[in-house]
Every structure is written in C-alpha cells, then in structure tokens.
Design a protein around this ligand. Structure first.
Ligand code: BGC
Length: 416
C-alpha cells in the first residue's frame, strides 16, 4: 500500500472516531451536567437530540458543499468545525451555550459521516476499498467505547469539560492529516464535466437514477430502523429491566457491548473484500433477526436467567450488526452512485440515516411503554426480515470492482 493510502486509512479511522465519540459522550456528559445545571427531563432530551438535528443539517449540505468546493476542502472545514465546537463545549457556561455547541458539533458530525466514506472510497483501489472505508466504522465503534470509558474515568470529578474537550485533539489530528492528502481524481473529473453540463437535482429523482438512489436510501434506513441505536443509547436501561441489579453492573455490561462492537468490526474489515457486501448483509441481518426474537422470548418468559440470556442475545445482535449493516451501509453508499450524482445522492442517503436515527432515539422509550420490550424487539425483528428480503432482491455486489466498473454495471443491466 502506498504512503498516501496509509494516511487515507488513518483519516478514515480518525474521522469515524470523531463521529462515534461526539455522538456517544453525551451519555456520560448528561450524568455530570444534570446536577450542575439542574436540568429538567425536557432539557436533557434537548441536549441529546440537538446534535442529531445538527447532523441532519450537515448531511443535507455536506454533499452540495463537497460537489462545489471539493472533498478535501470540505473535510478541512469540517475538522475546523469539530475543533470549534469542542472548544465551545469546553468553555460553555450555560445551557444555551451547551445547546449551541452540540448543534455545531452535530453539523460537523453530519458532514463528516458522508464526506469521510466519500473521500476514502474515491481514494482507494478496488481490492481494498471495502476494508479502508470500513475503517471509519471501526473508528465509530472505538469512539463510542472511548466515550463510555472516558465517562467512567471522569465520573469521580464529574468533569464534563474534559469529556467534551477531548474532541479537540482528535480534530487537530484530522486537520493535520489532510495536509498530506490530495484532492480525489474523481472530484477533478467531476468538476471538469460539471463545467460542460451542470447536473440538476431533478435527475436524482428521475429514473434511472431514482432506482439507484432508492437502494442507498433503503440501506441507510434499514441500518437505523432495525434498532441499533436503541441498544447503543439505551443499553444500561435495557440491562436494568432485564434483571441487572445495579447501575454499575449495567454500565459495565454496556462497556462489554461497546468492546464487542469494536472486535466484531475488526473482523468485518477482514471479511468485507473477501465475502463481499451482499453476503455479509444477508448473514448479519439473519443474525440480528434471530437474536431479536431471542430477546422477545426472554422478555415474555421472565426466566430466572433472563439477565444472562439478554446479555448473550444483545451480544449476538451487536456482532451481527457490526459485520453487516454497520460497515457495509457506509461502504455501499460510497460506491453505488454514479459520479455525477454521488455527492448529492450520498447526502440524501445520509440525511435519511440521521433522520431515522433521530426518530428511533426519540420514540424508543415510548415504544417500550406501549409495546413493552417484547413488542418493540418483535417490531425490530419484523423490520429486519423485510431488510433481508430487500437486500436479497435489490442490492448488487460491488466487491473488487472499481467505481467506474460499478457505474458500467448499472449501464449493462440497462439501469442507466
Ligand atoms: C451507525 C450509527 C451507530 C454505529 C454503531 C454506525 O454505522 O451509523 O448510528 O451508532 O454504527 O456502531
């Protein structure tokens, strides 16, 4: 692998890490802020979800900015935005400042979540592309785990400033790395062609592009509505209601889940360019449905050993997600779109991803209230089954093909 490719791989990882750390550190942050700022339930909810709103905005503008300014320049701006929001949160003196900081951070996360896979995919050779893009997913999982661990580390002093401030060094590394990297060839080609023929938004929604856009959107949607973030964000609560006796044991179990997420994602790096995207998606979705059904069974049967069984099923669920929908979603949406719509189409798919993330995060506690745990996990299992059928019939294999070959593939099949 060339030096530039190694740096690209590190960028993928750091970009993912920022995404994961920034989204998950609020779990611990909230614990510390709650008492210091005397936050009501509504204010806590606002602090959590305002980042998702910022991410929606970021996803909406990220693709357009990348198509106009270029991939590299947009990433540089995003790194600065991460730095700025980290500083804002570090210095915040009021709830309003915290909300503003989290919103800014959300914009950076939203742009980054589509720009990192886009840039990395355009920079990588076909035989390693899956693994290098999936490195950003590894970064996400490590970032989530770091956020849990940092919360534990800073819990003695309730030091939320340090917890939020840690975003800054990571952002600085990303900023510096970008100086060693070039703009992508694909973007250069895109801007040359754009001068001749300005692509319009309308073509995205007319066939044949609409059909390809739909595949990206559906994969993004399935990544979220099969319930991953219900588990990632609410694991301690789930463990408590499944029979774990204390907050501490539930928190430790959550760290266990975070670690398994990291380990299984490492395994996916090995698999993705060998087994291929489709096969991983199908195996992973089957595993997710199976473990969700197991969860349903434990919750309705209320055995003595429920806590252990729930822990095992959650682990199977996480492993299945981490080798499939976790990395493959980001890999696929960076590969399947033809160059002339890539930036904007990824923007739409990523927007749908954040929107459905927001809906699940917001509604999960109400779902539990009305459908109980059993009904909620059954709903996720049904959606997972639909996802399996969708992937089986609609999602193409892209492993070992160059982005140009993938585009040609659509043409050969008469889809373009
Ligand atoms: C998803 C996130 C999720 C994370 C968990 C990512 O691919 O987009 O919503 O929290 O995986 O590992």
């Amino acid at each position: 692998m060339s030096k530039v490719l190694w740096i690209t791989a590190v960028l993928a990882f750091i970009g993912g890490l920022l995404f994961g750390y920034a989204t998950a550190n609020i779990a611990g942050g909230l614990l510390f802020l709650k008492s210091e700022f005397n936050l009501s339930l509504f204010q806590q909810g606002a602090l959590v979800s305002i980042l998702l709103l910022g991410a929606l905005l970021g996803a909406m503008i990220g693709g357009i900015v990348a198509d106009n300014l270029g991939r590299k320049r947009t990433l540089l701006i995003t790194a600065l935005l991460f730095l700025l929001s980290g500083l804002f949160l570090f210095l915040a003196g009021s709830l309003l400042a915290l909300l503003m900081g989290r919103f800014l951070l959300g914009i950076a996360v939203g742009i980054s979540s589509l720009l990192i896979p886009l840039y990395v995919s355009e920079m990588s050779p076909p035989n390693h592309r899956g693994a290098i893009v999936a490195l950003s997913q590894l970064g996400i999982t490590v970032g989530i785990l770091l956020a849990y661990l940092a919360a534990l580390l800073f819990s003695q002093t309730s030091n939320w400033r340090a917890l939020f401030g840690m975003i800054m060094p990571f952002a600085l590394v990303e900023f510096c790395l970008l100086f060693f990297l070039p703009e992508t060839q694909a973007f250069r080609k895109f801007s040359r062609e754009k001068k001749q023929q300005q692509p319009t938004w309308k073509i995205l929604f007319t066939n044949p592009y609409r059909r390809i856009l739909l595949i990206g959107v559906m994969i993004s949607l399935f990544q979220q509505i099969t319930g991953i973030n219900a588990i990632i964000y609410y694991a301690p609560q789930i463990f408590r209601s499944a029979g774990f006796q204390s907050d501490r044991s539930a928190l430790l179990a959550t760290i266990g889940i975070g670690s398994i997420n990291v380990l299984a994602t490492i395994f996916s790096l090995y698999l993705i360019d060998r087994a291929g995207r489709r096969r991983l998606l199908l195996i992973g979705l089957a595993g997710m449905v199976f473990s969700l059904l197991f969860m349903v069974f434990t919750f309705i049967s209320s055995f003595e050993i429920t806590a252990i069984i729930s822990m095992i099923s959650l682990m199977i669920y996480i492993v299945s997600f981490a080798i499939s929908l976790g990395p493959v979603t980001w890999v696929l949406i960076s590969e399947i779109f033809p160059l002339n719509i890539r930036g904007r189409a990824m923007g739409i798919a990523t927007f749908v991803n954040w929107f459905s993330n927001f809906v699940i995060a917001f509604s999960f506690l109400s779902l539990i209230k009305y459908l109980h745990e059993g009904g909620t996990f059954l709903l996720f299992a049904i959606i997972g089954t639909l996802g399996y059928i969708y992937v089986y019939y609609k999602v193409p294999e892209t492993k070992n093909k160059s982005l140009e070959e993938i585009e040609m593939g659509w043409k050969k099949r008469g889809e373009l």
